[in-house]
Design a protein around this ligand. Structure first.
Ligand SMILES: Nc1ncnc2c1ncn2[C@@H]1O[C@H](COP(=O)(O)OP(=O)(O)O)[C@@H](O)[C@H]1O
Ligand SMILES: Cc1ncsc1CCOP(=O)(O)O
Ligand SMILES: [Mg+2]
Length: 273
């Protein structure tokens, strides 16, 4: 079966299986992440207390760790939950929001990466670059300039971090170090609403909860967000701006199925080792 066909089938699979996606995430986009998880067919639970993080991870189908507003307590909860998920063979997905923006963020990201095995890591180019020791001009949570192409960065990070990597941007690059795929969908409006990266990571977590193929889950999640950006832009009426775009984005995701995905996705294999 081709990768495209496998991903097409994931839409029904995720809606039938309704995977529990445990999030330890930031306080800015937490509600959008929960609604995006529901829109694609998952069941979100946000649980960040050190008293229950490990127990919740054990009963989940996937764990999403998002560093957006991390602090000492949430970092401890992320490590407890991550270790529990690793022991139970539950996929862990990392969104290193703002990694590289401050020394604390990169220190914490490195600490979590030392303790927890990540199945998938999704970030913008600056964030992924900082995880492999690079320095780019990142401003807060936005991407800056990086000297690699997204595809080359994804391959390098996949090999160095031993994980499936998604570098999001105008073109999304996804690599497990052996197979690298580019997704040429998206719309610049996606960068004018906070949380589209976080929501993409929640979508990836939802798909990772229903397949063992982490590359498929990573491609499915990021491409759903990028395609939804395009379709939602085309549905905006005169006088509607970024606020309406945010609401309609969740509508679009909730209505997307395998057939629409097949029709819209612009997928290209980049390189095979
Ligand atoms: N310049 C762009 N043009 C079109 N789509 C984009 C652009 N930049 C980012 N996207 C899309 O926006 C979504 C969020 O990615 P990104 O902005 O890189 O994440 P983050 O919000 O974490 O920085 C992804 O679906 C990505 O493909
Ligand atoms: C603005 C902001 N500040 C801390 S977390 C956060 C949300 C970032 O979300 P995204 O990376 O998806 O734009
Ligand atoms: Mg982000």
């Amino acid at each position: 079966m081709t990768m495209q066909k496998r991903i097409e089938l994931l839409f029904k699979k995720v809606r039938n299986a309704n995977p529990l996606v445990h999030h330890i995430t930031n306080s800015v986009t937490i509600n959008d992440c929960a609604n995006c998880t529901l829109a694609i067919g998952g069941s979100p639970v946000m649980a960040s207390s050190v008293n229950e993080a490990a127990d919740m991870a054990k009963i989940a189908n996937a764990l999403v760790i998002n560093l957006g507003t991390l602090n000492a307590a949430s970092c401890e909860a992320m490590i407890l939950a991550g270790k529990a998920a690793n022991s139970a063979h539950i996929p862990v997905i990392l969104d290193p929001v703002g990694a590289g923006a401050t020394p604390y963020r990169i220190e914490m990201a490195e600490k979590i990466l030392r303790e927890v095995k990540m199945s998938i890591i999704r970030g913008n180019a600056s964030e992924i670059y900082s995880l492999i020791g690079g320095q780019s001009q990142t401003r807060g949570v936005d991407s800056g300039t990086v000297s690699f192409s997204g595809a080359d960065l994804a391959v390098k990070a996949a090999l160095e971090l031993n994980s499936t990597i998604v570098v999001s941007g105008r073109t999304d690059a996804i690599s497990n170090g052996e197979t690298t795929v580019l997704v040429n969908n998206g719309d610049p409006l996606l960068t004018r609403v906070t949380g589209t990266g976080c929501m993409a990571t929640s979508l990836i977590g939802s798909f990772a909860g229903v397949t063992d193929q982490m590359l498929d889950a990573a491609i499915a999640g990021i491409s759903v967000m990028s395609i939804a950006g395009e379709l939602t832009k085309s549905k905006l009426l005169e006088g509607e701006g970024t606020g309406t775009f945010r609401v309609k984005l969740v509508d679009t995701i909730s209505l997307m199925n395998g057939a629409t995905w097949m029709q819209e996705v612009q997928l290209h294999e980049y390189a095979t080792r």
